[in-house]
Design a protein around this ligand. Structure first.
Ligand code: URA
Length: 435
């Protein structure tokens, strides 16, 4: 005989009919799902009802709390410095965590970046770092704490004890068409970040073809929901809405992105990657009580790359070792001359994925050297026949499908000529701040 206080079908039909779920029912359904009492098909039906009918702010708060309560909470209060963390909703060429964590740590702020692997067209931070010979993603809690105290920055795999309800629910959403519900995305991200126990958090909410959120309105709504959840939990939280209509930087793919991140840490690298790294660092340093810190100077003078080397060595990696390089390359050329007006992030992400940089199933391996190098970005003048992209893979039979994904991805407009022709304005990366 069941001793459960509620019935899953009653919870599903309440949301199906557009009613609010009360806190007790929300706490029960998440707990019972984690215990296996609520079946996968019942949770799938509830997730779809939430996607279609939404949840209000109080329901989202209770849903997030229940997910946090499904597992352990970490505690960094024993450290002698404040903690600051960043979360990105994911995009193409988004390697920002790599330069950002050591940069912020170089100012005496602890940065615990518990990260994931990529699935689909966006790359995962751990996959990128695993292209560094010897580097390990899985750390014990003791190792994590020791490295935070000694180096200040850690990028590692989140332990399985953190919000286990989310792990189960995210895998289910992935195969039931229910990823795109704002209440479910917000509670998924924030349950993990709040359970992690950071003092402050900056959210990089991506907008555009390569992001979950395709419109500014949806991105704003997601960002506002997450900022409210963070604040209600006592975490200093703000969000930047940032452009993901075109890839970030000039690389998409694991080792290629590590190489570009090291360029940024060494004081060089593409302007948009520097701009976003510095913007996020400023928000994190401000929240951690270091408003006068100058992150641009720490990239230029070597402080940030020193922390990067110690962070990589701390996890078994060799920061000086050559990075893997793919065995085959192919070039994509401009079909006309003019100004590059568009380079679609989603298409580049799918092409990099098809080259072997990403995985289709969680258990697949990724190729460290696979991916795409861009040789021009929107706003730049190009000549007919100029190389726009170099595709990299170890398995050349993949080139055909990757090139197919790039069909229509590049748009070239007429170039204005003459002495009065204005130089194209660089596209801003940061579109809006929510705090
Ligand atoms: N990332 C997460 O962690 N959860 C989501 O639901 C979407 C993106």
């Amino acid at each position: 005989m069941s001793h459960e206080p509620f019935d899953a079908v009653e919870v599903i039909t309440a949301k199906r009919d557009g009613r609010r779920l009360d806190p007790d029912r929300i706490a029960w359904v998440i707990d019972a799902y984690t215990r296996g009492v609520v079946a996968e098909e019942q949770m799938a039906a509830l997730a779809m009802a939430i996607l279609l009918n939404g949840m209000d702010a109080r329901e989202i708060l209770h849903w997030t709390t229940a997910m946090i309560d499904s597992g352990e909470r970490m505690d960094f209060s024993g450290l002698d410095r404040p903690t600051a963390d960043k979360h990105s909703t994911g995009g193409v060429g988004d390697k920002i965590t790599l330069p950002l964590a050591p940069l912020v740590a170089s100012f005496g702020v602890a940065v615990p970046q518990l990260s994931g692997r990529g699935l689909g067209h966006t790359g995962g931070t751990l996959d990128k770092l695993e292209s560094i010979p010897g580097w390990r993603a899985a750390l014990s809690n003791d190792h994590l704490m020791r490295q935070l105290a000694e180096v200040g920055a850690v990028i590692c795999q989140a332990g399985s004890g953190l919000a286990p309800a989310d792990r189960k629910l995210y895998a289910l959403r992935d195969v039931t068409g229910t990823v795109e519900a704002i209440p479910l995305i917000a509670s998924s991200i924030m349950s993990k970040k709040i359970a992690e126990g950071t003092d402050s958090l900056v959210l990089d909410v991506k907008v555009g073809s390569g992001a979950f959120m395709k419109s500014m309105d949806d991105a704003r709504s997601l960002a506002t929901t997450m900022v409210t959840l963070g604040r209600d939990a006592g975490v200093t939280t703000s969000a930047l809405l940032t452009d993901m209509s075109t890839p970030l930087g000039l690389t998409a793919g694991n080792a290629l992105e590590v190489r570009e991140s090291v360029e940024v840490l060494a004081g060089g690298g593409p302007g948009d990657v520097i701009e976003l790294t510095v913007a996020l660092a400023r928000v994190m340093l401000d929240a951690a009580g270091r408003p006068d810190a100058d992150p641009r100077a720490a990239l230029a003078d070597g402080r940030a790359i020193d922390v990067w080397r110690r962070m990589i060595r701390g996890q078994g990696g060799d920061p000086e070792a050559p990075l893997p390089v793919a065995t085959h390359t192919e070039e994509v050329r401009a079909t006309a001359g003019g100004v590059l007006t568009g380079l679609d992030a989603y298409a580049v992400g799918v092409a990099a994925w098809r080259l072997g940089a990403g995985r289709a199933r969680r258990e697949d391996a990724v190729q460290a050297g696979a991916g795409i190098e861009l040789h021009a970005k929107p706003g730049e003048a190009v000549r007919a026949g100029q190389v726009l992209m170099t595709l990299h893979t170890d398995t050349p039979e993949r080139f055909g499908r990757a090139v197919e994904a790039l069909t229509g991805a590049v748009t070239i407009g007429p170039q204005q000529t003459g002495p009065e022709a204005p130089a194209p304005a660089p596209r801003p990366v940061v579109l809006e701040t929510i705090d």
